[in-house]
Design a protein around this ligand. Structure first.
Ligand SMILES: [Zn+2]
Ligand SMILES: [Zn+2]
Length: 421
């Protein structure tokens, strides 16, 4: 019986994994430039971590979360996002006790039971940063600048990126805004989809996330959160806009942007690529100034973003075809005859210990076939012919230029890098 992968769980094969590794390295390096350090978190958490923070009324918790009991009946969830886990760890390990800003980043798989489609799987991968401990709007700007810088570093043009920005206010502003939405949408209840009619009772803010065409008319005319900000939230937002202008990062205010998660406060943003549809953000984030307290820690503001690896891979491979055939080895050993093969095994072990990526044929292929494999996989072929070997020599062929030279084997093994460019 053939066992297949679970729907929405995709294998990343070696041809593609090279691009993933490159991206991951780039992400780590840019995050480090801004002083963020990695935190590695479990994939499983108590389900209530997400229902209490992301919110019961959100699609993520209401429809998409993988929840199941363990053998003791504890309800667990495969994490649908990482911010709640970062904050859980921040409190659990008392990272606030250092009285300093905690700058953390993560890269890893998340799980949501959604309809699988191109660039969206049920196991998907996110990278993200969280800065905990400061309400300074300069930190919001730093996080946005970091996101922007990262997208430029992986090869997207500055001009092709645009920032959608909004402020949804603090917990003092929220009840006023929620009531304004409730009374506005109650007047158009019959136009809303069934989900939104439920959202109207649970959390009318979530109606703004709705993608159903029938709800768009009502959403367009909805009250704007910017009109319900308190003085402090307004000042915070204006300071952020002014820093962004200084940094030359352009933005579009988007009153509909609320980011589909309950824990957000004040700043919310999405960085989008013009090469994708308008709905398709590369990454998104914002402030969550009440989240630490909500999970039992001391009042601590925070700001961060998360981006999807799949989305990034899609955009980058659209931009320029992935160079799948780039050689991954330095040297391919090509023994000729039985004596050559015994010698090859020795050379193979030595070169690998010297840090030279080396391989040979284990499939008993003909010399012609081995040479064609070598040409695809490696920069150089090292030919071990019986005549040369008997004189302690080998033949090094540059597979790019086609030139070859005969070298004394001991000299090559002593300093292989001198012979490999
Ligand atoms: Zn406020
Ligand atoms: Zn709706």
């Amino acid at each position: 019986m053939k066992v297949e992968s679970v729907r929405g769980m995709r294998d990343i094969l070696p041809e593609e994994a090279g691009l993933w590794q490159k991206l991951e390295n780039e992400i780590r390096s840019v995050f480090s430039l801004y002083g963020y350090r990695e935190i590695r978190l479990p994939l499983l958490e108590l389900a209530e971590l997400f229902s209490r923070t992301v919110g019961e009324a959100t699609d993520i918790v209401h429809k998409e979360m993988y929840v199941f009991p363990d053998k003791k009946g504890q309800m667990l969830a495969l994490r649908p996002e990482a911010t709640a886990s970062v904050v859980r760890a921040y409190i659990e390990h008392g990272l606030y006790a250092k009285g300093d800003l905690a700058k953390l980043y993560y890269i890893g798989p998340m799980f949501r039971y959604e309809k699988p489609q191109r660039g969206r799987q049920r196991q998907f991968h996110q990278y993200g940063v969280e800065a905990l401990g400061s309400l300074d709007p300069a930190l919001d700007a730093e996080v946005i600048d970091l996101a922007w810088h990262l997208m430029e570093r992986v090869g997207l043009s500055r001009e092709g990126l645009f920032l959608r920005l909004n402020s949804i206010g603090c917990r003092e502003d929220r009840p006023l805004y929620r009531e304004a939405l409730r009374s506005y949408f109650s007047g158009q209840k019959e136009k809303l989809c069934l989900d939104c009619q439920r959202r109207l009772e649970e959390n009318p803010l979530r109606i703004l996330d709705c993608k159903e065409p029938q709800c768009q008319g009502a959403i367009t005319g909805a009250p704007k959160s910017l009109d319900y900000l308190c003085e402090k939230c307004r000042e915070h937002f204006e300071e952020l806009l002014s820093i962004l202008r200084d940094l030359g990062l352009s933005y579009e205010l988007d009153p509909r942007l609320v980011r589909g998660i309950d824990y957000y406060t004040r700043t919310v943003f999405e960085l989008c690529s013009r090469e994708l549809g308008a709905q398709d953000a590369l990454l998104g984030g914002g402030r969550y100034d009440d989240l630490v307290e909500l999970l039992g820690g001391p009042p601590t503001p925070g700001v961060g973003f998360a981006g999807g690896m799949e989305r990034l891979v899609l955009v980058l491979s659209q931009n320029r075809p992935v160079d799948a055939e780039a050689p991954d080895l330095d040297v391919y050993l090509v023994p000729i005859g039985e004596e050559g093969r015994r010698k090859a095994l020795e050379i193979l072990a030595s070169l690998r210990r010297l840090g030279i990526a080396t391989d040979l044929d284990y499939m008993g292929r003909s010399l012609r076939k081995v040479m064609s494999v070598a040409a695809r996989r490696a920069r150089y072929a090292l030919l071990l012919g019986p005549d040369e070997l008997s004189q302690g020599k080998v033949n090094l062929k540059d597979l790019r230029s086609g030139t070859s030279s005969t070298l004394p084997l001991p000299e090559f093994l002593a300093r292989p890098r001198d012979f490999l460019s």
